[in-house]
Ligand binder design. Structure first.
Ligand code: ADP
Length: 159
């Protein structure tokens, strides 16, 4: 349980994600942030950009490492000897999807992989990467929601 992976698309990373990373880092010895490269979501930022933005935001945490992976999460986990996934739960709407993924990961891994859920801080409960992109697209200031470098990159990308 000392090493956990927090997977996602992080397109881009928000203060909501960073809150989950920070809290995981205080609970577990090592937190691997796993940036998904084969996202079906047609991301705005490239894998390298998404990875760099997180790296920049977590550089002060000694026990957080950012990696990216292709293919199935559980294959990456098996290869790297990780058995616990961390995910964030914002609202009831996240629940059904997260439950399904967590149960199928457990089934496919023959009960060797478990998922731990952290409930979002109230401050970030409404926050998602999609909402941030939507605001940025229309020129709204997003500095409340994402780190400064991410806000700059959003502006560059969308204008
Ligand atoms: P995915 O592409 O896998 O849905 P995201 O990059 O959107 O992933 O999010 C990764 C994880 O972070 C998910 O567990 C998601 O529920 C969680 N998350 C996203 N936004 C927030 C937030 N505002 N507060 C807490 N957790 C969040």
């Amino acid at each position: 349980m000392s090493k956990v992976i927090y997977p996602g698309s992080f397109d881009p990373v928000t203060y909501g994600h960073l809150d989950i990373i920070k809290r995981s880092a205080s609970m577990f010895e090592e937190v691997i942030v796993g940036v998904l490269s084969n996202s079906a979501k047609n991301p705005l930022f490239t894998l390298e950009e998404r990875t760099e933005m997180i790296e920049d935001a977590v550089k002060d945490f000694d026990n957080v490492k950012v990696i990216n992976f292709d293919g199935l999460l559980i294959d990456y986990m098996k290869k790297n000897d990780i058995s616990v996934i961390v995910r964030g739960l914002r609202a009831v709407t996240d629940f059904e999807y997260e439950l399904q993924i967590a149960q199928s990961n457990r089934k496919v891994s023959k009960d060797t992989i478990d998922t731990v859920f952290l409930t979002t801080s109230i401050d970030y409960a409404y926050l998602s990467s999609s909402i941030v992109k939507e605001y940025a697209r229309y020129g709204t200031d997003v500095s409340e929601f994402v780190p400064g470098n991410v806000a700059i990159r959003l502006k560059e990308k969308l204008n």
